[in-house]
Design a protein around this ligand. Structure first.
Ligand code: C2E
Ligand code: MG
Ligand code: MG
Ligand code: MG
Length: 285
C-alpha cells in the first residue's frame, strides 16, 4: 500500500473525518432521491438591458429544498453532483423545467408581453455527453420554443480546458441555434485569444471584478478596459453582481449593455417572479 493509503487509513479513525464522510455519502444518496422526487427548485433572476430597464433574460438558479435541512444552495451540492455523475440528471432536470417555465411565461396573458430568454448554467460534464445535444433539442421541442430562447452559461475555465468532444458539442449547440455565454469572466485563466475564438455570443463579467475594485482609484478605467476588450472581440457584455444604483449607472455610462444583480432583483421562486412580471415592465421598478 502507498503512503497515501496509509494516511487515509489513519484518517478514518478521526471522528470528525468519519462524520464528514458519512454526511457526504448520505447527501449523495439523498441527492439522487431529490432529483427523482422533485425536491429541486429553480429560482429566477432577471438580466436587465441597462439602457431601457427592460428584462432581456432570466437566469435559472437551482436550489435543493431538503425535507430536513431546508433550502440548500448550489455551491453545496453542485460539486457533489459533478463528482458522482449525478450532474447529468440534475442538468437535465434544470433544462426541462426552466424551458417549460419560459413556455408558461410566454403563453400566459399576464406575462406574455415580455420578451426574454432563459439562461441556464451548464456544467463541464454536460459538454462531455453527446446525449446533451439531444436533451437540449428535446426540451426545446417539448416546450415548442425557438432555440435562440435558450442560452447556456459556461464558465471560461470549463470551455478553455475543453477537448475535442467539448468543441464538437459547442459547435453542435451553436448550429442548433441556442445562445452560448461565458460566465464568471475574469475569475479563471482568461485569455484574450480564447475570447476571440470561442463560439459564444456574450460574456458575463464576474461580480468580484466590481466589488474588488470598489475602492481602487483605477476602477473606472479597468471597467472601461474590460468592456472595451469584450466589445472588440465582437461580444456583448453582461455584468453580474450589480447591487446599487451607482454601479448600474456607471456601467450603463461606460457602455455595458446588460446587468444582473440584487439591485434589480434577487433570485425569486417562480410564483413570486411571475407576480413581478405581471405588473413590472421596467427594472428595478
Ligand atoms: P453563477 O452562475 O455565477 O450565478 C450567480 C450567483 O450570484 C448566484 O448564486 C446568484 O444568486 C448570485 N447573485 C446574483 N446577484 C447577486 C448580487 O447582486 N450580489 C451577490 N453577492 N450575489 C449575487 P447561487 O444561486 O448561489 O449560485 C451559485 C453558483 O451555482 C452559480 O454561479 C452557478 O455556477 C451554480 N449553479 C446554480 N444553478 C446551477 C444549475 O442549475 N446547474 C449548474 N451546473 N450550476 C448551477
Ligand atoms: Mg450563471
Ligand atoms: Mg456568474
Ligand atoms: Mg459568479
Amino acid at each position: 500500500a502507498s503512503k497515501a493509503d496509509a494516511r487515509n487509513k489513519l484518517r478514518v479513525f478521526e471522528p470528525a473525518m468519519l462524520h464528514a464522510r458519512q454526511l457526504r455519502n448520505q447527501l449523495v444518496g439523498e441527492l439522487r432521491e431529490a432529483i427523482a422526487t422533485d425536491q429541486l427548485v429553480l429560482y429566477y433572476q432577471p438580466v436587465i438591458e441597462l439602457a431601457s430597464g427592460k428584462i432581456e433574460g432570466v437566469e435559472a438558479l437551482v436550489r435543493w429544498n431538503h425535507p430536513k435541512r431546508g433550502l440548500i444552495m448550489p455551491d453545496e451540492f453542485i460539486p457533489i453532483a459533478e463528482e458522482t455523475g449525478l450532474i447529468s440528471e440534475l442538468g437535465n432536470w434544470v433544462l426541462k423545467n426552466s424551458v417549460e417555465q419560459l413556455r408558461r411565461w410566454r403563453s400566459s396573458p399576464e406575462t406574455g408581453r415580455h420578451n426574454f430568454d432563459m439562461r441556464i448554467n451548464v456544467s463541464a460534464a454536460d459538454l462531455q455527453r453527446l446525449q446533451f445535444i439531444e436533451d437540449v433539442r428535446d426540451a426545446l421541442t417539448a416546450a415548442d420554443l425557438e432555440p435562440a430562447l435558450l442560452v447556456l452559461e459556461l464558465t471560461e475555465s470549463d470551455i478553455i480546458k475543453g477537448n475535442e468532444l467539448d468543441r464538437y458539442t459547442l459547435a453542435s449547440l451553436r448550429k442548433l441555434g441556442v445562445g452560448l455565454e461565458i460566465d464568471d469572466f475574469g475569475t479563471g485563466y482568461s485569455s484574450i485569444s480564447y475570447l476571440r475564438r470561442l463560439p459564444v455570443d456574450r460574456v458575463k463579467v464576474d461580480r468580484t471584478l466590481l466589488t474588488a475594485l470598489g475602492s481602487d482609484p483605477a476602477q473606472p478605467a479597468l471597467i472601461a478596459a474590460i468592456l472595451q476588450l469584450i466589445r472588440a472581440c465582437g461580444l456583448e457584455a453582461v455584468w453580474e453582481g450589480v447591487e446599487n444604483a451607482e454601479q448600474a449607472e456607471h456601467l450603463r455610462n461606460t457602455g455595458c449593455i446588460s446587468g444582473q444583480g440584487y439591485y434589480f432583483s434577487r433570485p425569486l421562486p417562480a410564483a413570486e417572479f411571475t407576480e413581478r412580471l405581471a405588473w413590472q415592465d421596467i427594472w428595478p421598478g
